[in-house]
Design a protein around this ligand. Structure first.
Ligand SMILES: *Cc1c(COP(=O)(O)O)cnc(C)c1O
Length: 380
């Protein structure tokens, strides 16, 4: 028997209270029972997104929310600025392309965070740009972009800032209203500790004005229709009812822990993880690391893919390898959502065993010791 350990940057482990909530008999979505549930979930989402505006729910994965953001903020002939620097930043460009939106890319080297001054320069050069698309936590490289600084640039202009916060919301501070972020997209299977299938999209007051005029084609992903229904605790189409039951539970968990404590916990776990891998003589890939996922360079002479494979086959532990050009070169360990200090120790222990099985010369226990040092000297 092998006990499965899920350390992938999505999907992430689902706490048993949420599993049980989702196993309940399905309430009908036009019944008063579901309306009360939706009312609570709407409030919980506003708290999580740090906004007073409506947060929309769609039955889709995170990419569906990204596509919806493009379709609802732009009109034919508009142009966009796309911050790339990983697979998910690139996805914004691909979606724009699918909708016939011309965009200027800012290409950030993999492993680096974007310099907000480049965003300012691009908007100065072309003030007609309607939307800036960025990733917050770039899961493919483990980089955290400085969305607060980018928002300070964009909020002074009529341009909107649309952010893929799929591995940052509920992990690290993202004060949508206070910072002036216009559209924030997340998905259920990351920090929200649920199975995949729900995407959540926060829309600012500034963005709603643009949404009202947006003329790109859309049918299912219609923000205006969804807002109108939500205001009556309804949804336009059949919602992913069981996932919403689970969401009620995980939003309660987040609320009772406290948002700031949730952020501190993620920072603490990621700091311990980084200390652990560094103590093993490994190098971090990200210059400005995200607390959701730690990207580590595979050591000289060892294929990153073999590390992922050995962890899975011998230790029942799922992590992620590198994607695209990073395949075999890095591996990624997530400490996101339903994770605590013991998870860091378990992950590092399996990693140490795996590395020594693959012939890497490190002293077993060194990573764990360094991580424990961090955990001992921080609260959580
Ligand atoms: C997981 C993820 C997505 C969405 O992927 P889906 O498979 O559509 O849920 C998008 N952006 C980032 C940064 C992610 O980590």
């Amino acid at each position: 028997m092998k006990k499965p350990h899920l350390f992938a940057p999505g999907p992430t482990p689902v706490p048993s209270d949420a599993v049980l909530a989702m196993a309940r008999p399905i309430p009908h979505h036009r019944a008063p029972e579901f309306e009360a549930l939706l009312a609570e979930v709407r409030e919980g989402l506003k708290h999580l997104f740090q906004t007073t505006e409506e947060v929309l729910l769609f039955a889709a994965t995170g990419t569906g929310g990204m596509e919806a953001a493009v379709a609802n903020t732009l009109s034919p002939g508009n142009t966009a600025l796309v911050i790339r620097g990983g697979k998910f930043g690139e996805r914004w460009g691909e979606i724009c392309q699918a909708y016939g939106i011309t965009f200027t890319p800012i290409d950030v080297p993999y492993g680096k965070a974007v310099d907000p001054a480049l965003v300012a320069a691009a908007l100065e050069k072309d003030p007609k740009i309607s939307v800036v698309f960025s990733t917050h936590s770039e899961t493919s490289t483990g980089v955290l972009h400085d969305i607060h600084a980018i928002a300070q640039v964009v909020r002074k202009t009529p341009t909107l800032l649309v952010v893929d916060a799929i591995t940052s919301l509920g992990v690290v501070d993202l004060a949508m209203d206070a910072w002036g972020v216009d559209v924030v997209v997340t998905g259920s299977q990351k920090a929200l500790m649920l199975p995949p299938g729900l995407t959540l999209v926060g829309v600012s007051r500034k963005a709603w004005e643009v949404v009202e005029r947006s003329r790109l084609p859309k049918y299912y992903f219609d923000f205006l229709a969804e807002r109108k229904n939500l205001s009556k605790n309804q949804s336009h189409f059949t919602p992913a009812i069981s996932l919403v039951l689970g969401l009620q539970e995980t939003l309660r968990m987040i609320r009772s822990e406290g948002l700031q404590k949730v952020f501190l916990r993620h920072e603490r776990l990621a700091t311990a993880m980084r200390a652990g891998v560094t103590a093993l003589g490994l190098e971090l890939f990200a210059e400005r690391p995200s607390p959701a996922v730690t990207a580590v360079k595979a050591p000289q002479g060892i294929d990153g893919t073999a590390i992922v494979k050995t962890l899975r086959e011998k230790h029942g532990m799922t992590i992620a390898g590198g994607q695209g050009s990073l395949k075999g070169k890095i591996f990624r360990v997530a400490t996101m959502g339903y994770a605590d200090a013991s998870d860091v120790i378990v992950a590092l222990s399996a990693l140490e065993l795996t590395l020594s099985e693959l012939g890497y010369p490190s002293k077993p226990g060194e990573g764990i010791r360094a991580a424990q040092e961090v955990l001992r000297h921080s609260e959580g």
